[in-house]
Design a binder for this molecule. Structure first.
Ligand code: NAG
Length: 482
């Protein structure tokens, strides 16, 4: 029951701009957490099924508003695309055949190009450049739309390079590449890079020969392609790959090792050896340690090695977007990568940004997570300088071009409250009353990237906005100088 004095107070609160806010965060104009390189997705499974669709390419690789399955989506504007060189082939080699896990989904068996060990000559019958047409189509559509950070990666060596001929892993999760095929895996990756350039016009910027190589869950009865590779073996393969890339005159450089966990990536970085490290241009890590792990330790180790650091794969099964928001914020603030890549944009069980069943060829609707990511990816754009937003739930980026633009993305996990953004550290700010456009997505359900253009404005050296619980908002302040 609300009695009249409170009603009166509520009216006053709603009708008058508030001079005070519940919490205040100061954006640090002096900070510099790196120049943002972009956002992206890996292709692989979803692209094997849906890679031919222009609507999906528009939704993921442009900023245009796009209709997918009668749903209008704000394009995510990804500029990074990762292509998976497959490990599977059903062509027998004499009496030898690929051994398939009884649990692997057909959509996760990516056809590889090198069919047998008879010849390394890419124009011989040992190679088939017609396989994997849909995933290649997705790559080409992404590039045609402006994605110009391209990567080739591997989940497992070709089945015939594996000890048990099973590209899902060894029965006990131990190293599954045959010792005499370490160089052959490098030849495979370098040859795919070269042939994609000459045959398909794709110049891969980087090649990552591993996927979560230190993990012990790549097993013969697994649900996908995968291969445990010890750190010492990684080192040997990296050095072979470096030699084979340069022998072919390719500008492609190596990224590694795509370990699952921050702590594994740090251990691998420390153990891989100086020669291999000198052959690695960029450190890649996945986000599967979620709320734990030594993000700052990995960040510092990459920095002292003089290497850029990318979050090259993140995924979770929480369609509300809560986990994505939580761990993306932690990454931006503690790991401080210069790029962030989602794993499968189409998938089931909450894993996709758009719900889909790749095996049943069923495409559903966008999850709330799609719009949570849009709050970040559409606004923090390549070339911007990442700034310290001042609190764990705030990230900021600065675009020096034109009039100067400050982007702020903030999440409120707490009870409803105002968040006050203090811009007093900037040498130039917009004049009193200048509008600050904002976009809002409720984590869970509710608004999906709703835009508000006229209810928020500069007051002195600050502005503020009301946040409901579990809300992400993005603000763009134009006319700001560091
Ligand atoms: C990618 O394209 C953007 C926008 O055209 C451009 O600014 C950037 O330099 C390009 N990057 C690379 C690596 O080609």
């Amino acid at each position: 029951m609300v009695h009249s004095p409170l009603l009166g107070l509520a009216w006053v609160l709603a009708a008058t701009p508030l001079a005070r806010a519940d919490i205040t965060t100061a954006i640090n104009a002096k900070s510099n957490w790196g120049t943002w390189e972009g956002w992206g997705t890996s292709l692989a499974w979803w692209a094997k099924q849906f890679g031919h669709r222009d609507d999906l390419a528009d939704a993921f690789f442009t900023l245009k508003s796009t209709t997918v399955n009668s749903q209008t989506l704000p394009g995510l504007g990804f500029n990074i695309v990762r292509y998976n060189a497959g490990a599977s082939s059903w062509k027998a080699i004499g009496s030898e055949r690929m051994v398939e896990s009884k649990n692997i989904k057909r959509s996760r068996q990516i056809e590889g190009f090198w069919l047998d060990w008879n010849s390394a000559d890419a124009s011989s019958s040992s190679w088939d450049w017609s396989v994997d047409a849909n995933q290649r189509a997705a790559l080409q559509k992404a590039v045609a739309r402006g994605a110009n950070r391209t990567e080739l990666f591997s989940n497992s060596p070709m089945w015939w390079m594996c000890k048990n001929h099973n590209p899902s892993g060894a029965s006990d999760g131990s190293e599954n590449i045959q010792s005499w095929n370490l160089e052959q895996h490098a030849v495979y990756m370098a040859t795919v890079a070269q042939e994609f350039q000459t045959r398909f016009g794709i110049r891969f910027e980087t090649v990552d020969p591993f996927n979560e190589p230190s993990a012990n869950w790549w097993k013969a009865d697994g649900t996908q392609e995968g291969c445990h590779i010890d750190v010492a073996t990684q080192s040997t393969i990296v050095n072979h790959l470096s030699a084979h890339l340069s022998r072919r005159g390719l500008a492609t450089v190596i990224s590694a090792s795509d370990e699952s966990l921050y702590d594994q990536a740090l251990a691998t970085l420390r153990a891989i050896g100086s020669t291999a490290l000198s052959n690695i241009a960029r450190i890649h890590v996945h986000g599967y340690q979620y709320g734990s792990g030594n993000r700052a330790g990995l960040r510092d180790a990459a920095r002292s090695a003089g290497k850029p650091l990318w979050q090259s794969e993140y995924g979770d099964g929480v369609g509300s977007g809560e986990n994505l928001a939580r761990y993306l914020l932690q990454d931006m603030r503690q790991l401080r990568p210069t790029a962030w890549v989602y794993w499968q944009v189409l998938d089931g069980g909450g894993w996709g940004l758009i719900d889909a069943d790749n095996d049943a060829n069923r495409l559903g609707v966008a999850t709330q997570k799609y719009f949570v990511l849009a709050q970040f990816a559409r606004h923090i754009r390549p070339g911007m300088r990442i700034l310290d937003g001042g609190r764990d739930n705030v990230v900021a980026a600065y675009d020096a071009s034109g009039a100067g633009k400050l982007v702020i993305v903030a999440v409120n996990w707490d009870a409803p409250q105002y968040i006050n953004f203090d811009l007093s550290g900037f040498s130039q700010r917009p004049a009193e009353g200048v509008r600050v456009p904002r976009w809002r997505t409720h984590i869970g359900s509710g608004d999906r990237y709703a835009q508000f253009t006229s209810d928020t404005s500069i007051s002195g050296s600050r502005f503020w906005s009301y946040f409901e619980k579990n809300t992400v908002q993005t603000f763009e302040v134009t006319g700001v100088k560091l």
